[in-house]
Design a binder for this molecule. Structure first.
Ligand code: SF4
Length: 85
């Protein structure tokens, strides 16, 4: 990823967190809730979420969203039908 595009990451609240909290080998509801709590107080959450959705990040918690939540945001129910019409 280009450094220019992720400059905001230097201000991320997760910089002092355990990376396993955001990129766990075995995700769990508790781990996701803890990571989301860090994101909720992050000053660059909007930039992080926007980047992750634009870049199609498939792993980890970005901008307070899980991979499944990002997938739903990018491809909401019925997106195939609306794209075909
Ligand atoms: S929104 Fe979450 S994952 Fe993104 S920089 Fe902030 S704390 Fe880190």
């Amino acid at each position: 990823m280009p450094q220019e595009e992720i400059r905001w990451l230097r201000k991320g609240a997760c910089r002092s967190s355990d990376p396993d909290l955001f990129f766990p080998l075995a995700p769990s509801p508790l781990q996701e809730a803890r990571a989301k709590a860090v994101c909720a107080r992050c000053p660059v959450m909007a930039e992080c979420r926007s980047y992750a959705l634009r870049a199609g990040e498939t792993e980890g918690i970005w901008g307070g969203l899980t991979p499944q939540e990002r997938r739903r945001a990018r491809f909401p129910a019925g997106w195939r039908d609306s794209a075909a019409s």
